[in-house]
Design a protein around this ligand. Sequence first.
Ligand code: GTP
Ligand code: MG
Length: 149
Amino acid sequence: NERTFVAVKPDGVQRRLVGDIVRRFEKKGFKLVGMKLVQASEDLLKDHYRDLQTKPFFDGLVRYMGSGPVVAMVWQGLDVVKTSRRMLGATDPADSLPGTVRGDYCVEVGRNVIHGSDSVESAQREISLWFRNEEIQCWEDPASPWIYA
Ligand code: GTP
Ligand code: MG
């Protein structure tokens, strides 16, 4: 079963958006298998965003992501990586449609409230970066027959 890494960024936590974001994923039908509030270290963040190292906004991005706790989550379900990205909206909130997290809750790319893995491979890398194996819970979802045929 596919998994993805989703994080409510520090601005999302400060702006009390955690409950709403969790609620969106729950209502969609995805299964929460990992969740914690983390003050991320600079090393973790530099590793997490290592593909963006050469970007002019990299230092600012690492500072932003370390500016307060983030809610790190692992969600599981059919096509969860791709579908989560669609639920988050475009990277720049100016391009995000209403109904997406970024489309509904933010205005600037440098404060875009939420992160989601961009591929199955990045999801695996990010989950192992942010979570220990014992922090992932496998549980039987009684609603599963009502979500999956
Ligand atoms: P994440 O889910 O956070 O990884 O966003 P993304 O996959 O939609 O975009 P990407 O991985 O390319 O960029 C990661 C993050 O860097 C974005 O979510 C933004 O917070 C930030 N970012 C990306 N582009 C810009 C930019 O042009 N300016 C600034 N200030 N920040 C940017
Ligand atoms: Mg990304």
